[in-house]
Design a binder for this molecule. Structure first.
Ligand code: OXD
Length: 314
């Protein structure tokens, strides 16, 4: 079996695969032309969506694509949708870095860092109104492993946590109330911080537009670590400019990199991070461990731990 890793990856991580599975051959390249050549006789492709080329799926031997990301919206192409090529993802390893990133953004708003960072550039000593997270309502839309970890931290900060879940069941750890999508309006109205942690699917695309933003409190802050297309960006810009909501912490955008002429760059009530919420020195070690668990299951003919259901899109 031949595995192509279409990403920069350390020798230590390549060896982790080879030592666990001595019969497999691993090749590695980030060069697009080399990847196109090597994929022709690869059985398995490990890749980021940003390196992925649609033509890879025409390769006759390819049986399985493993996404190094959690989101797989860029991979849902005919061969995968029809089940000719299996798709697994890296869900489950993002909870720690992304939940910490979400709290960094929320604390930046509550403790005024968006203002102070600008003041510092101007050598300006000026206080602004500061608030606390404790006692505030945290709404989380999407309760996968990322949403669940955000909920756990929210509870530790003394927040009241409400979650919107596609199939609501008993409240997970740290959550005061869990509702289905029909409860979205209530969560929009009650949240002081609303965090989007859903995959991008036909149901979630554009789910936050002008109507939803208007239901939110004027003091509320929206945090998006999901996908840019979950929010109607033009409507968000208008809402931030007109004070419909107090602020937004955004890691993802409709177009990435965020174009230099986007009005979001200018807004003092917007904190922008460049789609990096998941980054951490531990990322690749966790991703390769997870890949190895999938490989083991694949070789044993057992259910793969992070197999994606292409119909659902996650
Ligand atoms: C992911 C991400 O999907 O970091 O993994 O956005």
């Amino acid at each position: 079996m031949k595995i192509l890793i279409n990403s920069k990856i350390s020798q230590e991580h390549v060896e982790k695969i080879i030592s666990g599975f001595p019969a497999v051959e691993v090749v590695q390249t980030e060069n697009p032309q080399e990847a196109e050549k090597f994929v022709r006789d690869a059985d398995v492709l490990i890749t980021w969506w940003s390196n992925f080329q649609v033509a890879f799926l025409d390769s006759p031997r390819l049986r399985w694509v493993h996404a190094l990301s959690a989101g797989v919206d860029g991979f849902l192409l005919p061969s995968i949708l029809e089940g000719k090529v299996l798709l697994t993802n890296s869900r489950g390893i993002h909870g720690i870095p992304i939940s910490e990133h979400v709290f960094a953004l929320m604390l930046a708003f509550s403790r005024g860092l968006n203002h102070f960072a600008r003041h510092q550039e101007q050598r300006k000593w000026q206080r602004v109104t500061l608030t606390e997270l404790r006692g505030k309502t945290l709404g989380i839309v999407g309760m996968g492993s990322i949403g669940s970890e955000i909920a756990r931290l929210g509870a530790a900060f003394g927040m009241r946590v409400m979650a919107v879940k596609r199939s609501p069941g008993p409240a997970p750890e740290g959550v005061n109330r869990v509702v289905g999508t029909e409860g979205m309006e209530m969560v929009l109205k009650e949240s002081d911080y609303l965090v989007l942690a859903v995959p991008l699917t036909p149901e979630t695309r554009g789910m936050i537009g002008a109507a939803q933003l208007e239901q939110m409190k004027p003091t509320a802050v929206l945090i998006n670590i999901a996908r840019g297309e979950v929010v109607q960006e033009e409507q968000l810009v208008a809402a931030l400019q007109q004070g419909v909501i107090a602020g937004a912490g955004l890691d993802v955008f409709e177009t990435e990199p965020l174009p230099a002429d986007s009005p979001l760059w200018q807004l003092e009530n917007c904190i922008i991070t460049p789609h990096c919420a998941a980054l951490s020195p531990q990322y690749m070690t966790r991703a390769i461990d997870l890949f190895c668990r999938n490989l083991d299951a694949f070789l044993q003919g057992e259910p793969m731990p992070t197999l994606v259901d292409p119909g659902r899109g996650y």
